[in-house]
Each structure stands twice: as C-alpha cells, then as structure tokens.
Design a protein. Structure first.
Length: 554
C-alpha cells in the first residue's frame, strides 16, 4: 500500500472553504489557514489568482476531483513524458536527486506522481534556487535546448536586439553558464595564441610644451586576441570549432588559426578587425623617418587632439584597423604593415582615410610636432622660422600630405608684432599696385643711392598696422601704412635715408629764391630744417606738397 503525507488527511477540511465541492463548510477557510499545510497566500509560489498559462491559480488547479486527497502537480507542471531529442526532461531536472525515480516511478498515475513530488517539495518550491544544473553536461549536444529552447517548459528569455536563431544549432551551454543567462561568459573574448603575438618597436615621446624633445624605446608585445562572440564572422564559422582548432575533438584548442582557416572554405576574411583585436601600439611606430626631429616612425595610434596649446583626452585614431591595414591570411603574416587590400604598399593613415571617404583629423601636433623644420624655410617670396610658431599644424596647413599652401595670416587673425622674420625679402621695388595717398612715391620705394631699402630697413609692422583695407590671407593691400614723424621719433635725426630722391631743385618765390638743394643742400634735411622739426609739420599739414619746410637755414 502506498503511503501519502499525513497532511492530506486534513484536506477535506481545507476544501470545505474552497469552491467546487458539495461539502458545506463548517466555517470559511482562509488562505492563511491553508498556508499551514501548503502556502497559497500572497507572495507564495502557488498564491491564489497568480497568472499562469492556463489561467489564474484557483482551488481547482490542484483539487480536480471531489476526492480532496487526490492532489495533482502534473496538471500544471506537465513535463513531457516522452524523451525530447533523446533526453528525458524529468531525468534531466533531477540529475542531482538519485532517488527521483523511486519516488516518481514511470507509469504511475497523476496522483501517485504528485505524491512523489510533494514528498520532496512540500511547500511547492524548488529545493535549490537557482537550479544548480548538477550533472548536466554543458557545451555539448543539445542538453540545454531540451529545457530552454523556444516553446519548451523553461524557454530562456531572448536578449533584446539579438536573434538566437543566428547562432544555428549551437547549444546554449556553448556560450552561457548555467547559473545565469546574463552575458555569454563561456565565450572566450580575450583568448590569444602566443605564437601569433606581434612585437612592435615603438618610441615614446617626451614633451616640453608643444615640442617633442626626445623619444625613448618602448618595445611592446601585442596579443592578437580572438573574440569568439564577434559579429564579424558568421555563426556557421564560429559553430565549427575544428575549422580553426585542428585538435578540438581531442579537447585541445591550441593553436588556433583563424584567418588562414577561412581561406580553406572560401569564407572570406572579416570586414572589420577591432571586434577581435582591441590592442593597439602606444607611441610612434613604423620605419624611422630621418626628416623628423627627433627621428621616429610616422604613426601614433594613441594620438589625441590638442586645444589651447595642450593635449586633450579626445582620441584621433578611432577608425577600425581595416581602414588602413590589410588583414593577415595565408599569404600575408600578421605584421599589419601592408595597406588595406594591397601587399605592395605600406599602411598610411591619411591616404587611407581619404580613400575611405572619411574625415581627416582636426589636429596634427600629437603626431607631427617632430616634423617641424628646425631651420628657416625659404621660398621665392618669403622665409619662415617654425621655431617661432609652435601651434597646431592645421592652423596654417590645409594639406597634411604636401604641407603646401600654408597660410599663417588667416582671415580674422590679429596683426603680427613683427614681419621681418618671414617677409624681409618682400619689400617693394616699385610703386606698381600701390593704393592711397602715397601712390606717387613720397619716399624711396626701392633701394636708394645710399643703399637704403624701402622703409629704411624698419620692420613692416612699424608702418603697417594691418592688412590695409583687405583681409589677411585673401587680399591684403597694405593701404593705410604710415610712419610716425612725430617729434622725438627717428625723423628728428634723419630724413635722407627715406627721401633722398625727393630733394627739391632750384626754389622760386614765395620760397627761398635762388636756393639750389642740389648744390647747397646735399646734406640731411634735418640739418637745415630745425623749424620743421619744432612744428612737426613734415607731411601735408599745410596745403604744400610734402609738408611745411619753411624756415630752413643753411
């Protein structure tokens, strides 16, 4: 005779308070009173009115006949009795309970099975939560799918934005640990083969403000990691471990060869690299360029933008490796030295960005501070000393490939304090193109007989405070230039350095009649015209061309 729990004998009394019976209750039975034997109150697993697939839990959910003792668990917990894909789900759920079959024998009635369930789960709860999955093999076969596949008894909650169908027939345990479905933590995301490591001879720069004063060797080993959860490869490729791991069937996963293996099945190389290879070298890399001072490679993957003469935290190289680099395969080793799609040219950053239609960086100095010329750059029209200007290259150079077409005085830029360091060779030698009141050459515009140049060799900025009525870098015209002839200026000591060609000839009334400057006034003007110095009436202060020179004495 099969025994059943003693508390079942009390169920006729309990059922007296439930609907659906013909017995008249002696008094109403509350949920709290029912909880003494089996919790159905608020917060319980089997609380009355809890929604289920078959509707809210009611008394009839468990007591399905007039015989109150006939309790059924399998009415709701109807696990398949036939094996699913070769596995008995009940056996799978109770691998940690070796006496499960003795308590719930195959072929027993629903009541007998339920009594067996209640003998271990008297409160209707799991013995362990979360389910421990004891003895259930993971990562092989279809064990997880027996319970957790779509429409199965314990279907797993899909991840938003991720279609598990894309994974193919891979078992859940191949990616997920059984204690939590959050994150595919069984998937190696940082695995790497040491034989595929890339050694890089990098150089770390030392700075003094915006100037690189030295570089020091910084050898680095980059692991070519393999993220087995990458979306850059199809699920079919990732499903076949033995494609890349020749001894996977023996439980050995080293070495693993991915890129070459793809060529064997004509799968094509991945279009991106960064999803697997997150490591990038730090410092300058590439062949040493003797035109850099100090000498270094041309590329810094860790370069940042500069602002107000200081580096920021904004990365400049954010593009995927594949923009510049050709991926390794059976022909090209993992050196990253070749350009994307080519094995006859080295990878180049700016050229690759242009070919891909991507924007160039908005800052140059972090990579190009040591490309500034150390001496004076001289062209046909000007000379420029870069040591006097240590700003970002982009401030002047629109082209970072040829560095041509540079404009220092851009539109809206302030007027410089000096011009001679760059523009000493640009003094005018004629009045061609002059505008304004001085178009008639009020002073020696070229080099005079004494060898004095335009402006007496003074800095252009002393007479020209800006670009004239034009705009820097566009149409500067130097209009408005004016030398200060005020008392106390250099005009008090000499005139002849700028005005040797403007000495008048024989004067006539009302001036000094009979005075010939060519024979009697060949010395400096200020030697005779002290009255002009006192008045400060050099230039057009009276309606007399050239100024008021009255009162000259020999």
């Amino acid at each position: 005779m099969r025994h059943f729990p003693l508390w079942l004998a009390a169920l006729p009394v309990l059922m007296a308070g439930c609907s659906g019976t013909n017995q008249k209750p002696a008094k109403p039975l509350t949920a709290a009173e029912h909880d003494t034997w089996f919790p159905i109150g608020a917060g319980a697993v089997h609380a009355l009115d809890t929604p289920t697939a078959d509707g809210p839990i009611a008394c009839e959910s468990c007591h399905r006949s007039q015989v109150v003792q006939e309790i059924t668990c399998v009415g709701c917990h109807r696990h398949p009795t036939a094996p699913v894909e070769g596995h008995d789900i009940n056996e799978s759920l109770h691998l940690g309970a070796p006496d499960f079959r003795a308590k719930v024998p195959a072929g027993a009635s629903a009541t007998e099975q339920s009594q067996g369930c209640l003998s271990c789960h008297p409160a209707g709860k799991r013995l362990l939560d979360p389910f421990p999955h004891q003895g259930i093999p993971t990562g092989q076969g279809t064990w997880c799918r027996v319970c957790h596949d779509v429409d199965r008894a314990f279907a797993a909650l899909p991840l938003t934005g991720f279609t598990h169908a894309d994974v193919g027939t891979t078992d859940c345990g191949a990616c997920h640990v059984t204690s939590s479905w959050k994150g595919a933590s069984n998937v190696p995301s940082t695995a790497y083969d040491p034989t595929s490591d890339v050694t890089v001879d990098a150089l770390t720069p030392a700075w003094s403000g915006p100037v690189i004063v030295s570089v020091s060797p910084d050898p680095q080993v980059l692991h070519m990691t393999m993220n087995h959860g990458t979306r850059a490869l199809s699920a079919g490729v990732l499903q076949s471990c033995d494609l890349c791991h020749a001894q996977a069937s023996l439980g050995s996963y080293s070495p693993g060869v991915m890129h070459w293996s793809l060529t064997t099945i004509d799968a094509g190389q991945p279009s991106t690299c960064g999803d697997c290879h997150g490591a990038v070298p730090q410092g300058f890399v590439g062949d040493l360029d003797p035109n850099r001072t100090p000498s270094s490679g041309p590329m810094r993957h860790d370069a940042v933008s500069w602002s107000s003469g200081a580096p920021t935290a904004t990365k400049l190289v954010t593009q995927d490796c594949s923009v510049c680099h050709r991926a390794p395969d059976d022909q090209v080793p993992a050196t990253w030295e070749f350009a994307n799609g080519r094995d006859d040219a080295g990878a180049r950053f700016h050229d690759s960005l242009g070919a891909a239609g991507l924007a160039q960086p908005g800052s140059c100095i972090d990579c190009h501070a040591n490309t500034r010329p150390t001496g004076t750059v001289t062209t046909a029209s000007f000379s420029f000393d870069h040591s006097s200007v240590l700003g970002d290259c982009k401030d002047c150079h629109a082209s970072t490939s040829t560095w041509s077409g540079a404009k220092f005085h851009t539109s809206g830029a302030p007027a410089p304090a000096t011009c001679l360091p760059c523009h000493a060779s640009e003094r005018p030698a004629s009045t061609a193109g002059w505008v304004g009141p001085y178009a008639q050459s009020p002073f020696d515009y070229g080099t005079n007989a004494a060898g004095v140049t335009h402006g007496d060799g003074l800095d252009c900025a002393q007479c020209h405070p800006g670009p004239g009525t034009g705009t820097w870098g566009v149409n500067q015209n130097w209009r408005g230039g004016r030398f200060d002839h005020a008392p106390g200026s250099v005009a008090d000591t000499t005139c002849i350095t700028c005005h040797s060609t403007q000495r008048p000839d024989l004067l006539s009334p009302p001036m000094n009649p009979g005075f010939d400057h060519a024979t009697n006034g060949a010395s400096d003007c200020v030697g005779c015209h002290q009255a002009t110095l006192a008045r400060g009436s050099f230039v057009n202060l009276l309606p007399i061309p050239g100024g008021d020179w009255r009162g000259g004495t020999t």
